[in-house]
Design a protein around this ligand. Structure first.
Ligand code: EPU
Length: 417
């Protein structure tokens, strides 16, 4: 298992090119199931989750030619309507094949994802929405088996805001008979990016970017070309790295308007930010100030940035409170940060962080994707060497993170074991 060896204390300077968003690319790849024509994608990030999704889609018969960040999908020969347990258990986003398969082929069999490191994460809302559209759904031997001759438009109000739930139902609704309204829809930029692609494919969607998506179903969708939106979480991760380690870095191929609240919080921490339409420059010359926040759905502070920001707070001047409201178990990084000398205690769903003067490198263990990123940031800011174990989590969701960091002067290397 690979590890990352980080020697902390270097200021970061230079440029980083941000990749396409993982959480937009995954549903967008599944949208290829909705059409018999070609869907040409660019700015697709090169990461393990994308490879896993392509493997899953190919075994269903979806043509998928990948050349760097370009992927061409062809849905003319899909012959297997199943997502097996072996694949779903490694990547929960596999649930995103359910809506498209059911809508286009009238049947789908997808393994139930089960729990994961950050919480129980049920998919009841995906099921409830498809049932409202007329699907017959049974759970057999750990599989969701869904059938519907043709889905019918419905008014669906989800109990909570769910990102992949909205995406699954949105894809299903594009080919349903009649009008579907998705109330309480997620407004994350990744949902908007998927909706924009679907419109290019001929879907009729109103309210894109709002919490009410209204879809007029069509008979078929056609091919389209689309560039995946910039990864706002990768962007925020590098911003936090500079906030913690200090330096002057320009991020290219990204957009500040995708992460307004996180940028405000970074300014509050003392970071100097300037930006243009497709770049953000981050400068940090001092110790950060402690900043409190609570995670909420978009456009609020993203749960996917909570751990990375906590790394900044761990060495900040002052005490901060960080409340996680989306997932019940997303503080796994706290124990590991404390091993580096951070002073963090957890009370319920709030972490209280007493900023320390400095962290000291140590061996630490990554537990999930964003926790891994937070430990890398902590390692960059710490004195001495930090060895981050189980970085396969990082490879799932970041396109060449250590190469990008090395490019701006970080001392970080991959150790094979
Ligand atoms: N929920 C339910 N029932 C459902 C669906 C969701 O109870 O049917 C609950 C979840 O358990 C959670 C909350 O609703 O407590 C929100 O979950 P959501 O469905 O929005 O999360 P998700 O769609 O499974 C996506 C991202 C996550 C990100 C969350 C929140 C993808 C592939 N994943 O997950 O990304 O944290 O939205 O923004 O888009 C990551 O990239 O590291 C990551 C975990």
């Amino acid at each position: 298992m690979d590890k990352l060896l980080i020697t902390g204390g270097s200021r970061l300077s230079g440029e980083i090119r941000i990749s396409g968003a993982k959480n937009a690319a995954l549903p967008i790849l599944c949208a290829g199931l909705l059409s018999g024509d070609e869907v040409e994608l660019s700015n697709v990030p090169r990461l393990q989750d994308v490879s896993t999704m392509l493997k899953l889609l190919r075994q269903m018969g979806l043509g998928a030619a990948q050349d760097g960040e370009r992927v061409v999908l062809n849905g003319s020969a899909i012959d297997k309507l199943e997502a097996p347990y072996e694949m779903v258990k490694t990547m929960r986003a596999s649930i995103l094949v359910l809506g498209p398969l059911l809508a286009r082929f009238g049947e789908a069999k997808v393994s139930l994802p089960g729990g994961c490191a950050i919480g129980s994460r049920p998919v009841d809302q995906h099921i409830k929405g498809l049932q409202a559209m007329g699907a017959e759904i049974s759970i057999e031997a750990g599989y969701i088996h869904a059938r519907a001759k043709r889905l019918k438009g419905a008014r669906i109000v989800t109990d909570m805001i769910t990102v992949t739930g909205t995406e699954n139902l949105l894809m299903a609704a594009t080919l349903a008979e009649g009008r579907t309204s998705l109330e309480n829809a997620a407004r994350e930029p990744e949902v908007t990016d998927l909706a924009n692609l679907l419109v290019k494919m001929g879907a009729k969607i109103d309210g894109i970017g709002t919490d009410r998506l209204v879809v007029e179903g069509v008979e078929r969708l056609h091919g389209a070309s689309h560039a995946v939106v910039a990864d706002r979480i990768e962007t925020g991760t590098f911003l936090c790295a500079v906030a913690a380690a200090g330096g002057d870095v320009t991020l290219r191929n990204t957009r500040g308007d995708l992460l307004d609240v996180a940028l405000d919080k970074l300014r509050e921490a003392g970071v100097v930010l300037t930006s243009g339409p497709d770049w953000i420059r981050v400068q940090m010359a001092s110790r950060p100030r402690a900043v409190s926040f609570r995670t909420t759905e978009y456009p609020g502070f993203p749960t996917d940035m909570q751990a990375q920001f906590m790394a900044v707070n761990s060495i900040a001047d002052g005490v901060s409170h960080v409340t996680e409201t989306i997932f019940e178990n997303r503080f796994m990084h706290v124990q590991e940060m404390n091993r580096l000398g951070a002073a963090i205690v957890i009370e319920g769903n709030t972490a209280i962080i007493n900023g320390v003067d400095h962290l000291v490198g140590a061996p630490v263990m990554a537990t999930d994707l964003r926790a891994s990123a937070s430990l890398v940031i902590a390692g960059l800011a710490a004195q001495g060497e930090t060895l981050v174990d189980r970085i396969y989590h990082l490879d799932r969701g970041y396109d060449g993170m250590e190469l990008k960091l090395r490019g701006v002067g970080a001392r970080i290397e991959r150790v094979k074991s």
